[in-house]
Design a binder for this molecule. Sequence first.
Ligand code: NAP
Ligand code: GCO
Length: 264
Amino acid sequence: MVDFSLKDKIALVTGASYGIGFAIASAYAEAGATIVFNDIKPELVEKGLASYAELGIKAHGYVCDVTDEAQVQDLVARIEKEVGVIDILVNNAGIIKRIPMHEMKASEFRQVIDVDLNAPFIVSKAVIPSMIKKGGGKIINICSMMSELGRETVSAYAAAKGGLKMLTRNIASEYGEYNIQCNGIGPGYIATPQTAPLRERQPDGSRHPFDSFIVAKTPAARWGTTDDLKGPAVFLASSASDFVNGHILYVDGGILAYIGKQPQ
Ligand code: NAP
Ligand code: GCO
């Protein structure tokens, strides 16, 4: 029988107090994993622990800025001491800045690259040695439509997520022989706090133009929900995907396959 179980596995999901990370971690708990997560702000870690507890999940929460290598090294050491060796890493923590490129400060560009690309490198580097010693592991990077497509105002984010696609492929290439599989999930447009500004109602109560635009660009004719990501995330964390490596699994309702509605 195909095994989607995560029983006895320890999963670290970064930035998982809420949003996509929280949904993925909750699905992992349902599949039997022990959940570890981090956030930058202590109050968000507390909020996350309470949210997990509401689902009956006894998660382990830590304060850590994933862009700070010393903090990340300390986080991984503490997890290994207090919980156990990490079997599954989901590099989920991420930010976006929607600014026309010619108006974006270099410091703003660098900040997005730091969180969305440098941090997955830092955290993956921290967990790989123990995964090798343990005989294998799973690394899942949360990519994006912007790993493949550009659009106005998201230059830094697209550069980071495009880089994250290639970092995924390189980790897969470099560590496949140690039974470490590294894959990506490329969510489409998902209803979370990060995309709330793109969905907010207009003053007259009408839908945000970007909301209507995305629904028209998506064959599924809807925004995704965090629930849509749970199954793909469990698949890539389980032994069912042991021969899947370097793959970006797009969970986008068909956006990348679709040229757009033909003129009526
Ligand atoms: P979100 O609601 O903004 O949540 C992002 C999480 O990352 C928050 O918990 C945030 O914590 C945390 N974080 C940010 N910077 C961090 C840092 N330096 N160290 C530790 N944690 C940090 O985003 P989301 O929509 O759930 O997205 C999660 C991931 O999916 C991101 O990588 C995003 O790029 C990607 N994604 C989202 C969509 C979508 O449509 N929503 C689609 C494709 C990909 P704070 O609250 O403390 O900042
Ligand atoms: C944006 C959105 C997207 C989504 C996601 C799509 O401003 O275009 O935030 O970037 O977050 O990355 O896959």
